[in-house]
Design a protein around this ligand. Sequence first.
Ligand code: NAP
Ligand code: ZN
Length: 348
Amino acid sequence: MAKIPAYAAQSAKSPLMAWTIDRRDPGPNDVVLDILYCGVCHSDIHQVRDEWGGAMFPMVPGHEIVGRVSHVGKSVTQFAPGALGAVGCFVDSCMECEQCKVHHENFCEKGVAYTYTSTEMDRKTPTFGGYSKQIVVKEHFVLKVPANLEISSAAPLLCAGITTYSPLRQWNVKKGDKVAVVGLGGLGHMGVKLAASMGADVTVLSTSRAKEADARKFGAKGFEVTKDPAVFQKLRGRYSFILDTVSAPHDYNAYLELLKPYGTMVIVGAPPEASSVEAFALIGANRQLAGSNIGGIKETQEVLDYCAAHKIAPEVEIIPIQKINEAYERMIRNDVRYRFVIDMASLS
Ligand code: NAP
Ligand code: ZN
């Protein structure tokens, strides 16, 4: 066991503060990463405040991790000390079930081991995430960081990147498709960049005008403010695909009406409270409502490689870990441009 500095919440009501965790001694298949950067996802806030239920404390959040390999177990073949490595939302799975075999480890039938507020596959040992100096992860769950990605801005690809890339691929978003992205935060801004890179005609649906210039810089052709109810009349039936990244409860029915017949709205945002869906919002035009959950290891590697090839990078604001509680407050006020990334050098 190694004692590792970290930042943790001791309960759903307490702020994040310095703490020390134990990391296991690396086994033959393990990679040890000295963490350089960790992105801050809105899921970290939902979890730290136990908004979804079932949170485990003390909690060390963080599932957008980029680090440098400091040690590898003797059976590791894909990584060597000194290389870069990355870890996303989960750190282990059974690797044998139907879902794991088709590279959907996130849907492991035995239950995936999430990077934090979860347990290892022994279902006993708690997992601790990337707001820490070091992590020990089985090789299969460590991603390669392409050489031409900027290290300090790559971390958000591990969650915000894969979570938006995966549904764009699953629903085959392509050149000329009219796509709306709801919410321009960490996920939303990656959704815009990725959909635009696939040739889609992207509109951002945002709660204010504040982010319009940025949205256009990221590749959006349209920008509409959803505070104005007239906008929903104007945009009725316009989009073939809507990606909803909103973190707070909102009326899905209003957005469904913006789909063309046979269009699909995919929910990736995970508000803590349920919202009702009216049958006629779907029946009215054979619309589909779907959800999407991060992505497997193979597809996560694909998005890293895709972003390197297409020169797509998240927009980040680098913070020291001491600013994490303030960063959460800013995210809740929609004041994020567009992903906070913790420089782990600030933690000693
Ligand atoms: P974020 O950076 O805080 O962005 C959320 C954005 O949603 C805000 O910037 C804001 O955009 C918009 N918004 C917030 N409150 C709203 C409201 N009441 N009505 C309409 N729009 C509102 O959050 P994030 O990190 O991108 O995460 C977004 C959500 O996705 C979270 O719930 C998170 O847990 C979830 N998530 C899901 C998965 C998955 O696998 N499905 C993976 C990661 C995260 P504007 O300023 O443009 O209005
Ligand atoms: Zn996340």
